[in-house]
Design a protein around this ligand. Sequence first.
Ligand code: NAP
Length: 303
Amino acid sequence: MAATIIDGKAIAARVRGEVANAVAQHERELGLRPGLATVLVGDDPGSAVYVGGKQRASEEVGIVPFDVRLPASASFEDVAHELERLNADPAVNGVLLQLPVPAPLDGAALTGLIDPSKDVDGLTPVNAGLLALGQPGLRPCTPAGVLDLLADTGVALEGAEAVVVGRSNLFGKPMAQLMLGENATVTVCHSRTRDLREVCARADVLIAAVGRPRLIGREFVKPGAVVIDVGINRLTPEEAGNRSGLVGDVDFTAVSEVASAITPVPGGVGPMTVACLLRNTLQAARDQAARRESTLRGADERQ
Ligand code: NAP
């Protein structure tokens, strides 16, 4: 039987609608709209497209976008200075440094300079630590979006065998932590995994984030498994033939015949990443307002 296609576009549209309503309520209550700053270093066209999409999506839900651009020649200190300025700006509730940054800049070190309460990508050591400890914090957008897709599809995660292929700090590790938090039994695979096919074939839920076009074939998938394809690979015109130039890490056509549900590329995980970024920005704005309120109350009580 052909797999159910998990419609990430529709689920993301619903999340964006919920965020738009909550942003309007936030503004009614506090007289303020949440603000999201994106920082783009250099002129990589792909990164510029991603940042443009995040800016437009912010505006659509009522979040105020701040578009900060620095030349590829910017030094570590230049970028650090911009991040510190945004950390201190009360109109900015979320700060996102678009990765990767041009060499020789160290993207992880720069990300670590973002105030954890404004770290809407959930990638600072503080938020990564909170996730590892199972404590509340801002969660990385793409893995959080995958959890939403699984919840919307009605996938039972408790006790399920979950296999995550890829162990990046951006996706694989936080995804594994989130699945553990849902009480799945989690295995993380990477380039040194022996017999990837055999490990993947154990999965009730298989999540691929590798960056290798169609690595996951039909023989990697247990009949009835749910398959989430995070990969975004751009094929050359010769490789693509007449079809779209974007493919995932999963051989969609072959795997659809054995999986019970599957995300397409494009239109699966991708749209959820931006929706979760907007939701994180709202959460950051709410948490910052609550902290300001409690600081003011504390000061009043001391007087
Ligand atoms: P990454 O940092 O390059 O990590 C790739 C991971 O895959 C690494 O852990 C690597 O293992 C592993 N790997 C590479 N070749 C492998 C193989 N043959 N077998 C098993 N594992 C292998 O990439 P990433 O940032 O996590 O992104 C992965 C993919 O997801 C990319 O296509 C990216 O574009 C996409 N992505 C999409 C979104 C979205 O919004 N949809 C967001 C983030 C990422 P080692 O650790 O051993 O090197």
